[in-house]
Design a protein around this ligand. Structure first.
Ligand code: ADP
Ligand code: MG
Length: 277
């Protein structure tokens, strides 16, 4: 028997993340295809389930932007939460970087411009992603445009212990901002944490690898906290300059995503760039 959620029949898994599976859903009457993220209610902060999560979902439903995956509705059962979204076919940016290595600079710029457009729109609405990475950036097959997924959800999950908290704050250690690692007592800015992650994504787009990488988490965190990124010699000065502004270790001096739009490297036209598969 095919499992179902509301009017949707569930089919294959499209992707798996740290908090849940995303499955293909097909509407039993209209044939409409959607992506359905299935989350365990046990993973969701119990006491915040009522007010905060509902609020967060309402905000996300209200977000409307060409570079943000559209959230359509949220359904619940006894122990699961189902998030129904527009289906994005074309796969993760992660896969493209993994397959091709560094992307051609015009294509890297186009994806980065789309990322910044989507993220700055959300920041203007007071929504912070906190888990930006190429696994959460999907490329729409039909239009070739980038769509951010997993938006705002990271704030709803986990955080029962200090370790959980760090895990929630840095969905992925490689993208984790230095102020989170050092455990700022005064709290931190969701906006600047997103800026940092955009810097890591920009570096990965232009080089095909991560600026901070080590199998040992302690070593990795030390690199993030203390080492400047090492750029390959073929990277343009403008691109290096922008990456350094995003990867400033001091969040108060780090550029905001909104201000990135004024940077010369960002402002260059990406023209009509060819997509890669
Ligand atoms: P998690 O919070 O567990 O990381 P995500 O929301 O990132 O979950 O979804 C996990 C994976 O599912 C993504 O990395 C992506 O490959 C796939 N996915 C997520 N949303 C969609 C979507 N709207 N359309 C197609 N695939 C998606
Ligand atoms: Mg994810």
């Amino acid at each position: 028997m095919t499992a179902r959620v509301g009017k949707y029949l569930l089919f294959e898994t499209l992707g798996t993340g740290s908090f849940g599976k995303v499955k293909l859903g097909v509407h039993e009457e209209t044939g409409d295809r959607v992506a359905i993220k299935i989350m365990d209610k046990g993973d969701i902060k119990a006491h915040e389930m009522a007010a905060n999560v509902r609020r967060e979902i309402a905000i996300m439903k209200a977000l409307e932007h060409r570079n943000i995956v559209n959230l359509r509705q949220v359904l619940t059962s006894a122990n699961k939460l189902y998030i129904v979204m527009d289906l994005v076919t074309g796969g993760e940016l992660f896969t493209k970087i993994y397959k091709h290595g560094a992307l051609p600079e015009p294509l890297a710029r186009k994806y980065f411009q789309e990322l910044v457009d989507g993220v700055s729109y959300c920041h203007s609405k007071g929504v912070y992603h906190r888990d930006l990475k190429p696994e959460n950036l999907l490329i729409d097959e039909a239009t070739g445009s980038l769509k951010i997924t997993d938006f705002g959800l990271s704030t709803m999950v986990g955080a029962n212990t200090a370790d959980d908290l760090l895990h929630t704050m840095c969905g992925s250690p490689n993208y984790c901002a230095p102020e989170i690692i050092s455990g700022s007592k005064t709290g931190y800015s969701g906006a600047k944490v997103d800026s940092w992650a955009c810097g890591i994504v920009l570096f990965a787009l232009l080089t095909g690898y991560l600026p901070f990488y080590d199998d040992n988490q302690k070593t990795l965190y030390r690199m993030i906290a203390t080492q400047p990124p090492k750029f390959p010699s073929n990277m343009s000065e403008d691109a290096k300059n922008l990456t350094n502004m995003l990867l400033n270790k001091d969040p108060t001096r780090r550029v905001t995503v909104e201000a990135v739009k004024e940077h010369p490297w960002f402002k260059q036209s990406s023209g009509s760039v060819e997509n890669i598969r």
